[in-house]
Design a protein around this ligand. Structure first.
Ligand SMILES: CC(C)(COP(=O)(O)OP(=O)(O)OC[C@H]1O[C@@H](n2cnc3c(N)ncnc32)[C@H](O)[C@@H]1OP(=O)(O)O)[C@@H](O)C(=O)NCCC(=O)NCCS
Length: 281
């Protein structure tokens, strides 16, 4: 219906060359048109960890999708077991501060674009979605998650990281504040069934195709709703977190950079990286 795939592939090609951190070759984001619905697939192997390159590709792809005025957008992953492993820890460990600033402001930008997307959004969560992966899913309007031994949640505190206010706002926009507080302070990663129970996801799915089908059904519900009224209602109900972000954006970046320069934080990150590597062996 519209040349989304072509546009998004081009978008990722024109990105400036950055410190090579990705294990994957080729575009990190694929966008395909499925009957007027854009399906955005994250494909940064192995776990779609959000580094600067992937975030830049997502930011550009979101612009391209919006230009095509789709009926809606579904966010999913090319990995069979991981939706997204969240922020790429290597962007935060012993960072180059200029790049770290660019990394953080691009993450903010992606959130602003996705959370405030004019068109209907849904996440087909086909695997683990910790931290930033959970943030991306929560920024959509609807979530279908594939059943299995996957987890989802904001687990930053376990790494010695304080989830930014806008991560918390996004969670409070999704589940009850009381549940969000408990989940955040205990770094809780929910199983799929627990996530369903608390409202962190809307439906479970048997596999990725089923999750995408459920996302499509959600988006199709809006066929009967005048689009302008829908968009204005969405943006009005999301105005609080978006306005808050605009107010705190610079301070939030400075806070992040100061945080990265704290030796205790670096030590916690180092230990976490080692534990991930040990687990992978
Ligand atoms: C997402 C997850 C459950 C997937 O598990 P898995 O499929 O068994 O994959 P692995 O843990 O073996 O990870 C695969 C590789 O990605 C790396 N990786 C995983 N998450 C990463 C992250 N957030 N940033 C950078 N690298 C990451 C691992 O170190 C491993 O690298 P290696 O192949 O060089 O050893 C698991 O990787 C995980 O819990 N990651 C950390 C998530 C997290 O806490 N994110 C918060 C960031 S603030």
């Amino acid at each position: 219906m519209f040349p989304l795939r072509q546009l998004a592939r081009h978008a990722t090609r024109v990105l400036p060359a950055c410190r090579p951190m990705s294990a994957s070759a080729g575009p990190m984001v694929d966008v395909a048109d499925d009957g007027g619905i854009a399906v955005m697939t994250l494909q940064r192997a192995p776990v779609n960890s959000l580094n600067l390159d992937l975030l830049q590709a997502m930011s550009k792809a979101l612009d391209d999708v919006a230009k095509n005025k789709p009926n809606g957008m579904i966010l999913t992953s090319a990995s069979p077991t991981v939706f997204s492993a969240g922020l790429d820890i290597m962007e935060m460990y012993k960072p180059d501060l200029k790049r770290a600033e660019q990394f953080w402001t691009t993450l903010q930008e992606v959130w602003i674009k996705l959370f405030g997307f004019k068109f209907a959004t849904a996440a087909a969560i086909n695997g683990h979605a910790p931290a930033g992966g959970c943030l991306l899913a929560m920024s959509c309007e609807y979530r279908a998650m594939v059943s299995g031994k996957y987890t989802i949640g904001l687990n930053e505190t376990a790494l010695g990281i304080v989830a930014p206010l806008w991560f918390m706002d996004t969670m409070c926009h999704t589940i009850r504040t009381r549940d969000a507080e408990l989940a955040l302070t205990t770094a809780r990663l929910f199983t799929v069934d627990e996530a369903l129970k608390v409202g962190l996801i809307d439906e479970t799915a048997s596999d990725k195709a089923d999750a995408i089908g459920k996302c499509k059904n959600f988006i199709k519900k809006f066929d009967r709703i005048p689009p302008l009224a829908r968009t204005m209602t969405k943006l009005n109900i999301r105005r609080g977190p978006l306005t808050h972000m605009q107010k705190i954006r610079q301070a939030d970046t400075q806070q992040f950079l100061a945080f990265l320069q704290n030796p205790q934080v670096q030590q916690a990150l180092e230990m976490y990286i080692q534990s991930l590597k040990a687990k992978a062996k």
